[in-house]
Design a protein around this ligand. Structure first.
Ligand SMILES: C[S@@+](CC[C@H](N)C(=O)[O-])C[C@H]1O[C@@H](n2cnc3c(N)ncnc32)[C@H](O)[C@@H]1O
Length: 198
């Protein structure tokens, strides 16, 4: 999920280069500061990648297609597992009238997406939980969206089957759920719609 051109990796490399170039010129405190910042950024990137997936936002167009595929409406409660900057949550509320919950492990993205809900004036119908979705109760969801990775999807299967009501739509972007048969596929967009078994 972390690509070579990922902006955070570029920042990290830039800081390391600055630290090396300035050795002997800047006071040690600045050099140590830059190195600490680099380490912090690396941990930040790798940590969520290890938990399930690194950050990569879904394009607005794909978000619309995912929500259309799930036939989401005002009666629904959408859960976006690993909600990033909150764009799926926001779209589900603003364009489809649903209630929506995002679960995100990265505290900076949690803050960012909570601000976005505030500025979009949709806090009454949405919430971003800070935490690990593997440890969060999903039983309230009537629609689930994921854009994670292969390992995270396979690990999620048992939890989805255990906690979601039978027939709940689960829309996955890019990654499939191995031996589950999707009920709808948009191959070109790499969107897969599953339903928990009835
Ligand atoms: C590929 S991004 C998708 C973001 C958003 N759902 C979207 O489609 O634009 C995956 C997100 O999942 C978060 N994440 C990964 N594993 C997680 C976990 N176990 N619990 C909560 N969030 C997690 C990452 O921090 C990242 O923001």
């Amino acid at each position: 999920m972390i690509k070579i051109g990922h902006p955070l990796l570029l920042i990290f490399l830039g800081l390391v280069v600055i630290a090396i170039l300035t050795l002997g010129i800047l006071p040690w405190i600045v050099i140590y500061g830059l190195l600490l910042l680099s380490i912090g950024l690396t941990v930040w990137i790798l940590w969520t990648a290890l938990l399930g997936a690194g950050f990569q936002p879904t394009s607005k167009m794909v978000v619309r297609k995912m929500l259309d595929m799930a036939e989401i409406g005002p009666q629904d409660v959408l859960y976006d597992l690993g909600s990033g900057d909150g764009r799926i949550v926001t779209e589900a509320v603003k364009s489809y009238g649903a209630r929506a919950v995002g679960i995100e492990a990265d505290p900076i993205r949690v803050l960012w997406s909570r601000m976005s809900l505030f500025f979009n004036k949709i806090q009454d119908k949405s919430h971003i939980k800070w935490g690990n979705f593997f440890n969060t109760d999903l039983s309230e969801a009537t629609v689930v969206t994921v854009f994670l990775g292969d390992k995270a999807n396979q690990k999620l299967k048992v939890k989805l089957l255990k906690e979601l009501k039978p027939g709940t739509p689960v829309v996955s972007y890019v990654w499939t759920f191995d031996d589950w048969e999707p009920v709808k596929v948009k191959k070109k967009d790499r969107i897969y719609l599953y339903r928990t078994f009835e």
